[in-house]
Design a protein around this ligand. Structure first.
Ligand code: G4P
Length: 536
């Protein structure tokens, strides 16, 4: 096997998707603990007060004194090189979250055992599912009272329309689980009670289901319940089919507690075994680039400015899709029609930000960007031979009208708006198809508006006047006759704007208003994203 193939086989690049508070930060920290990247995990306290415009990981950084800024965490486990992509949740929810999923080869869906499938889990799940990303489910917080495992499994299947296959099954009673049964190995793992509160790796005993010592340790009643559960799962459930997992049609399910470490190691090991190595990536011409193609290729999926306000740096993150990366290599920047030397590539090991010497498909590296890259750009050593498919556009749901507070600052204001749109921080619309008199910005998360406000003030010295608009639905509109669009009927409660390419878009409050428009304008086509772009 070639060196490249070997590196590819051992890489796993994934994102954790969840609703706020399901335990993503805690689980991430525990994966680092098991990977040996940190030595003592502690409960990450007092985040709540401070968790505003910073990612959860920056909080870990503050608490632990480790540098994890920001897009990816990397650690080694059992010969694997693991890349966890940061998908900020709650207030941090933004287009970045969606885009990050495009750089992943699989996702871990984290569910709070007491709450089940929550709204944001659902949203993120659908983005992954539409992309046919393999999704692994980790039911968290098993150390305290929650819903019955069968119930949760049922809910996932019903609400998310995906079959679930529990790989392991909790043993014991709600709130007092003592171990898990591995349905593939047909083995029991019982966890020690320790008093480290999850700060250390949790010890466990593994044994056969029929081993009298194991039977004894489980206790008669729990043992019988376990046998009944296994029987029910085997009878009523799906067969385990790895291909279905890889096709995103079956989600392997695990149970545990990120807080106490219960079930964390069995999850991690099985996940690494079953999850896909870096996958081929689609190109604009419909073909794919295989990871073991010796020519280097990567795409930019995230641009982060001001990671360090003192330095005003802007870092573009790329996901490597094929070939070997070597520090200082020269690559062709397709969209810029220019060669670029990647001389100061950064990688974000759990402990520190380091300069990368070499990297392989699946790895993420950040490069200092003087403002030349845009989301979705292709970098390759094969000049003009390949171009990755365009990044999907995410329909914005939150809109605001913005203008400069001080009209003398209009120039800075416009420059800032245009640049932030280019970075993918916001989507910009104009009210008329001419001039720049006022902008409407569209975003998917409220934080994006706060970031816009902050960055225009700090980077472009332009204070904003921002009025939230009462719309939550955008539709690109098409008609043979432009006049029909201008004279659209029933738009009294909506707004007609134009995107950066001058394409008309209507903004309305809700689906009801949208239907009203559809009924009154049979000659007009309404699309969720521009018809020439791909939806998520
Ligand atoms: P998030 O990143 O998904 O938003 O979740 P985070 O890890 O911050 O966890 C949210 C809350 O849930 C935290 O409690 C955390 O301690 C708790 N938690 C995470 N995993 C588990 C688990 O397995 N069991 C239990 N019982 N709790 C868990 P908090 O009260 O907000 O903060 P803290 O004071 O405990 O740090």
């Amino acid at each position: 096997m070639s060196e490249l193939q070997d590196k590819i086989n051992k890489r796993r690049t994934f994102a954790i998707i969840s609703h706020p508070d399901a335990g993503k930060t805690t689980l991430t920290e525990k994966l680092l603990l098991y990977g040996g990247a940190i030595h003592l995990a502690g409960s990450v306290k007092s985040r709540k007060t401070n968790r505003h415009a910073v990612s959860d990981w920056m909080e870990i950084e503050k608490q632990r004194g480790i540098s994890v800024t920001s897009s990816v965490l990397q650690f080694d486990y059992d010969g694997y090189r693991v890349n966890i992509l940061d998908t900020p949740g709650h207030q941090d929810f933004s287009e970045d979250t969606y885009r990050t999923l495009i750089a992943a080869d699989s996702a871990v869906m984290l569910i709070d055992a007491a709450k089940g499938v929550e709204p944001q889990t659902k949203k993120l799940f659908w983005v992954c599912h539409r992309r046919k990303l393999p999704i692994f489910t980790f039911v968290n917080k098993l150390d305290r009272y929650g819903r019955a495992p069968m119930d949760l499994m049922d809910e996932i299947e019903k609400i998310l329309h995906i079959n679930a296959f529990p790989i392991n099954w909790p043993i014991g009673v709600d709130g007092h689980y003592i171990g898990v049964y591995d349905r593939i190995k047909k083995q029991v793992e019982l966890f020690d009670n320790d008093n480290s509160h999850g700060s250390k790796i949790l010890k466990s005993t593994t044994g056969d289901l029929n081993d009298p010592a194991i039977k004894d340790a489980i206790g008669e009643a729990n043992y019988q319940t376990l046998l009944d559960d296994i029987e029910l799962l085997d009878l009523a459930g799906d067969e385990f089919d790895l291909q279905k997992v890889l096709d995103g049609e079956l989600t392997p399910m695990f149970f545990g507690s990120a807080m106490t470490n219960f079930g964390v190691r069995p999850f991690l090991e099985k996940f690494l075994e079953l999850s896909p190595a870096p996958q081929p990536r689609k190109l604009k011409d419909g073909s794919v680039v295989l990871p073991d193609n010796e020519n280097f290729s990567a795409f930019i999926f995230k641009i982060q400015a001001n990671m360090n306000p003192a330095h005003r740096d802007r870092i573009s993150f790329m996901r490597i899709c094929s070939g070997k990366f070597e520090k200082g290599m020269s690559v062709w920047h397709l969209q810029g029609n220019h060669p670029v030397k990647l001389s100061q590539p950064q990688q974000f090991m759990a402990q520190e930000r380091t300069t990368v010497e070499t990297a392989y498909p699946g790895d993420i590296i950040g490069v200092f960007d003087p403002g030349i890259f845009t989301i979705g750009d292709t970098l390759t050593t094969e000049k003009n031979k390949i171009q990755f498919e365009d990044f999907p556009i995410f329909p914005p749901e939150i809109f605001a009208k913005v203008q400069p507070k001080d009209s003398l600052k209009r120039k800075q204001f416009e420059k800032g708006i245009v640049q932030l749109a280019q970075e993918g921080a916001i989507q910009v619309f104009r009210q008329k198809n001419i001039g720049m008199e006022s902008f409407v910005v569209g975003v998917v998360g409220i934080l994006q508006l706060e970031v816009l406000d902050y960055r225009l003030k700090n980077e472009y010295s332009a204070q904003l006047l921002m009025d939230r608009l009462p719309y939550s639905v955008a539709r690109w509109v098409y008609a043979d006759d432009a006049e029909a669009i201008r004279n659209m009927k029933g738009l009294d409660n909506g707004m007609l704007v134009y995107d950066k390419l001058g394409r008309p878009v209507v903004l309305v409050s809700n689906e009801w208003n949208l239907n009203w428009l559809l009924e009154r304008n049979p000659g007009i086509n309404f699309t969720e994203v521009p018809s020439e772009a791909r939806a998520i």
